[in-house]
Design a protein around this ligand. Structure first.
Ligand code: CUA
Length: 364
């Protein structure tokens, strides 16, 4: 009973916090493109090339299946009504008919032909998507699935070797592409997993592809419009599978370049007394064992990279908006917002939480 009350209370607290967050202005500033949110992640409203191709083929399949459904149920309804038991039924069996070569041929050959056509239509689209040549200027990203967050690397090929220049988490910034082949700039994404099978799915941009341990899959996106697109892990991967959320932030080329420069810039040293205390605490406690901050001795790789963490829209892979209030709840005890997540309650005092959060806010 106590357990239940605690749970209800926890829900109320989290709910109230989320509601209050709408009024909190203390959050990282968003670019113009980021403010446009494609809230409904709907595969019937594709805004990028592979998603559009999948949408087209799914309409063909749906149409053919709908026609078959109408014909079959129509005939069934006709037979059920027309040949229902008459009032003056004599109780005798009707004449029994066996075998009709023509009818049997028809109901074998027609479905086979329909299935072949659907299979060809589908495999042609799959082939077109998987064999698409990426242009030279395509943005290259590698995404690694973890329980329960996304690790994101931006890399360039130098002498055939990948060289990472930005590492971030859960939010993928890409430049907007174009339907004009000359102006297009798609993004090519490699998909890997650090633990179990996950699945990368942003319905309005592309199909769903699994992230499988010891294997590299890939997909590409070619978004026509700017804005924040919502996605999620689409393969059950443990307790917090439902909170393994993902955002793709499609920006104008100028905004994207600005974001890239911001991410690559060195972090400023902590300024205020509180930021300095927070910095000290961060390095004194075990934060450094799991998290990485570029240009510092913090080199852990188990948790999300915290470089420029204060430029992200959300924390905990989309479990809460990024603002001071939620960051404090998270640092104090991540289990409040995300039960079962691999970051433990570090038993910090309230003033230590405030100091560490003040330091994390300098990472922008
Ligand atoms: Cu990762 Cu479900």
């Amino acid at each position: 009973m106590h357990c239940l009350m605690a749970l209800v209370l926890a829900f109320l607290i989290v709910g109230a916090n989320l509601a209050a967050a709408a009024e909190v202005s203390d959050a990282p500033a968003l670019s113009e493109s980021e403010k446009v949110q494609h809230r409904v992640a709907d595969m019937f409203q594709p805004l990028s090339k592979p998603a559009e191709m999948i949408h087209d083929v799914s309409l063909v399949v749906l149409f053919v299946c709908a026609v078959i459904f109408v014909i079959v149920t129509g005939m069934l309804a006709y037979v059920v009504i027309k040949f229902r038991k008459p009032g003056d039924d004599d109780g005798q069996e009707p004449p029994q008919i066996y075998g009709s070569r023509n009818i049997e041929l028809a109901w074998t050959v027609i479905p086979i032909l329909i299935t072949i056509v659907l299979a060809f239509v589908t495999t042609r689209t799959i082939g077109e998507i998987q064999n698409a040549e990426m242009p030279e200027n395509a943005l290259k990203i590698r995404v690694v699935g973890h329980q329960w967050w996304w690790e994101v690397h931006y890399y360039e090929e130098v002498d055939g070797q990948p060289v990472t220049y930005i590492v971030t988490a859960n939010e993928i910034h890409v430049p907007v592409s174009s339907k004009d082949p000359d102006k297009r700039r798609p993004t090519h994404i490699l998909l890997q997993s650090a633990d179990v099978v996950h699945s990368f799915w942003v319905p309005q941009l592309a199909g769903k592809i699994d992230l499988v341990p010891n294997r590299t899959n890939d997909l590409w996106i070619d978004p026509y419009v700017t804005g924040t697109f919502f996605g999620n892990c689409a393969e059950y991967c443990g307790t917090q599978h439902a909170n393994m959320l993902l955002r793709v932030i499609v920006q104008t080329p100028e905004e994207f370049e600005e974001w890239k420069q911001e991410q690559m810039a060195p972090n400023l040293p902590p300024q205020t007394a509180q930021e300095i205390r927070g910095h000290q605490l961060y390095f004194d406690y075990s934060c450094v064992n799991c998290h990485k901050i570029e240009g510092s001795p913090s080199k852990g790789i188990f948790g999300p990279d915290l470089n420029k963490v204060w430029t992200r829209q959300t924390l905990g892979a989309g479990v809460a908006p990024m603002d001071e209030k939620h960051l404090k709840i998270w640092v104090k005890d991540p289990q409040v917002l995300k039960v079962g997540c691999l970051m433990p309650d570090m038993q910090l005092l309230d003033n230590e939480v405030d100091d560490i959060v003040a330091y994390l806010k300098t990472l922008k």
